[in-house]
Design a protein around this ligand. Structure first.
Ligand code: SF4
Length: 336
């Protein structure tokens, strides 16, 4: 690890004095040890007052950027009104990491593409214009939606997928003290020809909070994560779902897909095909086919498509109350 300076910011006003922000450090320290990140100065924001609170915000909640993943998942208001978020967080990492990882840091964690973590390999995300070693390389964890010639990497966060399905917004504070809110869907950038630019965060801007709208009354919520082992593993695919049923039909439905794209992935054509319909195994099968029509897998990631289709069908059965046993739908091998 290269030497660096360290200072503590005691207020938001002093954060912008320069340096790389550190909060939980659960990803940044790994990147520094590998010399993927080599900041001259770390600015520790953990002592800034007020950023570690979960507060009412109208009918919703405002979650401070320093709220730990553990505290967020355990909060009784989150568990009661936003269970998909609690389940997504608890599906991620390990208890020790969740104790340190923060809400803001979770959103800004970097991809786990193995070539990104190896400075000897070409990576456009690490060094724009250097090339992409993952093209033609090995990479079963890479994305199948939203990729570009320059980058195939997937966003690894579970929490972000739960936040996306809840229509959360990210609150940002600029160097002039002004704040703005950005819908999570607009927060992340697709790679295009600049995969090093991952979000709309501007130089000097800092995430101060995540804002949740009012809970969706009467909804059934689920987070399903499929992974290589039952804990402490990144998702191969994941699905967050919030469904509301009325008179035996799907009155409303929101779906977000994780570890398949550079950001939590949504596809309106899938939900449009399901909303207003009576739950039915064939309907779910067609919706799953629709989802993967726009995928662009490589030989290493092609397995994600049938996995995603099976998992989606299983999740739809779960949130709409349709029995899988009665319809004979194959149940995906999943670990919630
Ligand atoms: Fe880098 Fe993206 Fe290529 Fe991975 S897929 S090596 S992160 S440019």
């Amino acid at each position: 690890m290269r030497p660096f300076d360290y200072r503590r910011a005691e207020s938001l006003e002093t954060v912008a004095d320069g340096g790389r922000i550190i909060a939980g450090g659960t990803n940044l320290l790994d990147l520094m040890k590998l010399q993927v990140e080599t900041p001259d100065t770390l600015v520790d924001i953990n002592r800034i007052p007020g950023l570690d609170r979960i507060e009412a915000d109208g009918d919703g909640l405002r979650v401070g950027a320093l709220v730990s993943n553990t505290d967020l998942a355990a909060d009784r208001r989150i568990r009661a009104g936003y269970p998909v978020l609690a389940r997504a967080i608890l599906a991620g990492a390990s208890g020790q990491i969740r104790n340190k990882a923060t809400t803001g840091g979770n959103l800004l964690q970097r991809t786990r593409c193995p070539y990104f973590y190896d400075p000897a390999m070409a990576c456009n995300k690490r060094e724009p214009g250097a090339g992409c070693a993952a093209q033609g390389g090995a990479g079963r964890m890479l994305a199948v939606f939203g990729t570009s010639e320059a980058c195939l990497a997937a966003h690894p966060s579970d929490m972000a997928v739960g936040l996306r399905v809840l229509d959360a917004k990210v609150e940002l504070r600029g160097t002039d003290g002004a704040t703005r809110q950005v819908a999570l869907d607009d927060f992340y950038c697709l790679p295009g020809d600049r995969p090093d630019i991952e979000s709309v965060l501007q130089p000097g801007e800092i995430i101060t909070a995540v804002v949740l709208p009012a809970p969706v009354a009467g909804s059934v919520q689920s987070y399903r994560k499929v992974r290589d082992r039952a804990s402490y593993a990144f998702a191969l695919v994941s699905i967050a779902a919030v469904a509301t049923m009325r008179d035996g039909r799907i009155a409303d439905l929101s779906l977000a897909f994780g570890s398949v794209a550079p950001r939590p992935w949504v596809d309106a054509s899938v939900t449009d095909a399901l909303i207003g319909q009576t739950p039915d195994a064939d309907l779910f099968r067609r919706a799953a086919e629709t989802l993967t029509e726009s995928a662009a897998p490589n030989p290493d990631t092609a397995y994600k498509l049938p996995l995603l289709r099976r998992t989606l069908q299983s999740v739809l059965h779960e949130v709409t109350g349709l029995s899988e046993a009665a319809t004979g739908t194959d149940k995906a091998e999943t670990f919630a």
